[in-house]
Design a protein around this ligand. Sequence first.
Ligand code: 0O2
Length: 195
Amino acid sequence: MEDSIYGNHRDAMIDVMNIIMGSVDELRANMTEEYGSDPVEHCLARIKSEESMREKCRRQCIPETTQSALEVIHDAIGIRVVCAFISDVYRVRDHLKAMDKVEVVEEKDYIKHAKPNGYRSLHLILKYDNKYYVEIQLRTISMDTWAALEHHIHYKKEASEQDKLIIAELKRCADELASTDMSMQTIRDMIRNDL
Ligand code: 0O2
């Protein structure tokens, strides 16, 4: 059998993934107690599959080694946190950044600055215990729905003239969802201020 691209690190990686998920669970419990509602709709975590990691190494023209998988590519450990409201996304982000043993390597805010195709999400690359990188994607339900649908469509990036209509339609849907997110946030703020 072929050796794992993760060498003997898999168990330690699973531990790191569980520590971060545990910390999110702790925040959820505390906020549910304080506000009576859970800031997180759902949360997914995975170790990138052996085949996807090897495929990503090939795509990036780097050797298929443990070093590439753990040090060059930063999403071997991936967590996605889906929240109902935009403010909750930033609450969870702040909580994760303040965790013990966590160094923030990179933060990309595609919520404030959406990608040209309309993709919105907040991406964090964390380094845990100075050893393992973790990619965290935080987004609202609407952003998650759009990303999932766009992924299904798997629309080619180099578009011809006639494809531009489809690209514009996808962007329009993303912008409408973003506007709905803002309205829902306003409604929730109004209700909370009344309490
Ligand atoms: P995988 O492992 O195949 O899923 P950059 O070079 O900085 O522009 P980079 O390094 O790919 O982009 O990082 P970025 O933009 O933070 O994206 C990381 C991951 O976010 C992607 O994984 C996707 O899972 C997701 N993502 C980014 N842009 C889009 C998008 O337009 N649509 C959807 N559905 N998902 C997106 P990878 O890198 O593709 O790798």
